[in-house]
Design a protein around this ligand. Structure first.
Ligand SMILES: Cc1cc2nc3c(=O)[nH]c(=O)nc-3n(C[C@H](O)[C@H](O)[C@H](O)COP(=O)(O)O)c2cc1C
Ligand code: SF4
Length: 429
């Protein structure tokens, strides 16, 4: 199966999108352009302008799953919001995950797919208001594209662009709702579903921007076409952000179920022998760097993993897995909204204990304490941030079990000689 890369461009240079893709098999990245005429020539007009509700059956038949991380069936969410009145639609391009750049790349290189998907979703739920929630540096670029589309009579719904805040939890859907309402982008502590009660109490569809771009393709080309690649349970392609020990880090489009070896090869292969891969981002799991590992939810579930929003970070053997994980855990502990107990107390203690293990080791109680704290925070937050952090930290103990044993005896595999841990433990990629 083919995969191909897209060049990651600076948000300030969206017209760099004209670089041609290297191989066939691309969908989202097949015709990267910000030029509306070129886009219209490549993709054709939207098929069902003005026909509310027609989208949902074809999205359901396509089996499209959300690309924002959780993989929720898109048709079910569309149907839930369409059942209410006065709906609000939000395209979520916040991309708070530091190891991901796929949404920014997509919005820079192929914005009209996202904007078409937004229009189609708005039509399907008979929306009253439509927003696009994206990082501040992309706002001007997208406002320019939206006004071009308006002048060309392309859009039925007016779209308001809202700048996201650069923070890990700012892309969580209830935090997105708060931001659109003009409040601080914090996840809600009350567990009302945004599909029934989101922006100012209206039924609200929050959809990742990559999901919207797939909607624009499914509407034009149909469910059978969408299912031609990927797996039966997870059809289609996804955008993967590859970083760490790879020769050509960047954003790659690949079908679900692709082998890790094939995906890494598309990025020029590993630049150093990989010790492990972090799949699914900072809320993801460390997994063995096995080239046969298939990137789909079904394949990764038995290992406790998920492709999430498509993040793959290769960790070289020259880096300490515990030190890198401690750095990420500390970051996550500082990214909470400090609203709930697990985030106020549990995450900082969990990160601190992992840091102690990475730096000093020697205390045999540390791994057990980390497991205990992970168990305490799970399922206890208003949002999934504690759960994602606990999953990541737990996977650190499993994936780097040998390293844990070494650290407990005051050594580290990264050091060529046995030496006590101190500030010289590598802390970043
Ligand atoms: C802590 C946290 C951060 C999140 N950040 C993002 C994000 O940056 N972008 C995004 O699309 N979804 C993010 N999500 C998932 C959203 O809550 C939501 O499920 C998603 O936007 C829905 O879109 P989809 O169904 O198209 O995937 C995050 C979830 C959590 C728990
Ligand atoms: S669990 Fe943490 S991140 Fe989520 S709402 Fe509570 S304090 Fe905020």
């Amino acid at each position: 199966m083919t995969i191909a890369s897209s060049t990651t461009v600076s948000p300030h240079a969206p017209d760099a999108a004209t670089s041609s893709p290297r191989a066939s098999g691309l969908r989202l990245m097949a015709h990267p352009t910000v030029d509306l005429d070129a886009y219209a020539r490549a993709h054709g007009p939207l098929p069902w302008s003005g026909t509310a509700g027609r989208l949902i059956p074809v999205v359901e038949a396509a089996g499209l799953l959300g690309r924002g991380g959780a993989g929720f069936p898109t048709a079910r969410k569309l149907a839930a919001v369409a059942a209410g009145r006065g709906a609000v639609v939000i395209g979520n391009g916040a991309e708070g995950e530091p190891a991901s750049s796929k949404d920014r790349t997509l919005l820079s290189l192929a914005p009209h797919l996202v904007l078409d998907g937004l229009q189609l979703a708005a039509e399907a739920v008979d929306a009253e208001k439509v927003y696009l929630h994206v990082p501040e540096p992309l706002c001007e670029h997208l406002r320019t594209q939206l006004s071009r589309r308006r002048r060309a009579g392309w859009d039925r719904y007016r779209v308001e662009v809202v700048a996201s805040v650069d923070a890990f939890v700012s892309g969580e859907e209830s935090a997105v709702v708060s931001r659109v309402e003009g409040r601080a982008p914090l996840p809600r502590t009350k567990q009302a579903l945004v599909v029934t009660s989101g922006v100012r109490g209206a039924p609200t569809l929050v959809q990742n921007v990559e999901t919207l771009a797939h909607i624009a393709l499914v509407a034009r080309r149909g469910a059978a076409w969408f299912r031609e690649v990927g797996t039966a349970e997870e059809p289609g392609t996804f955008l993967a952000t590859l970083s760490g020990a790879v020769a050509a880090p960047g954003v790659y489009e690949a079908p679900y179920g692709i082998g890790l070896g094939e995906l890494l090869a598309a990025a020029g292969g590993a630049s150093a022998p990989p010790r492990a891969v972090l799949v699914g981002g900072y809320h993801g799991t460390w997994l063995p760097a096995d080239p046969e590992l298939r990137l789909s939810r079904k394949d990764l579930r038995p290992l406790g993993g998920s492709p999430g929003a498509g993040v793959v970070v290769a960790l070289a053997t020259s880096h300490c897995g515990l030190a890198e994980s401690a750095r990420i855990a500390e970051y996550l502990a500082h990214q909470t909204a400090n609203q709930c107990g697990p985030c106020l107390n549990g995450l900082p203690r969990m990160a601190d204990t992992l840091t102690r293990l990475a730096r000093h080791g020697r205390d045999p109680r540390l791994p057990g304490e980390i497991e205990r704290l992970a168990g305490l925070v799970e399922g206890r937050g208003a949002c999934r941030h504690p759960d994602g952090t606990a999953r990541f930290v737990r996977s650190t103990l499993w994936a780097f079990a040998d390293e844990v044993r070494l650290h407990l005896s005051g050594r580290c595999s990264v050091a060529s000689t046995t030496r006590p841990h101190g500030t010289d433990v590598p802390a970043s990629r």
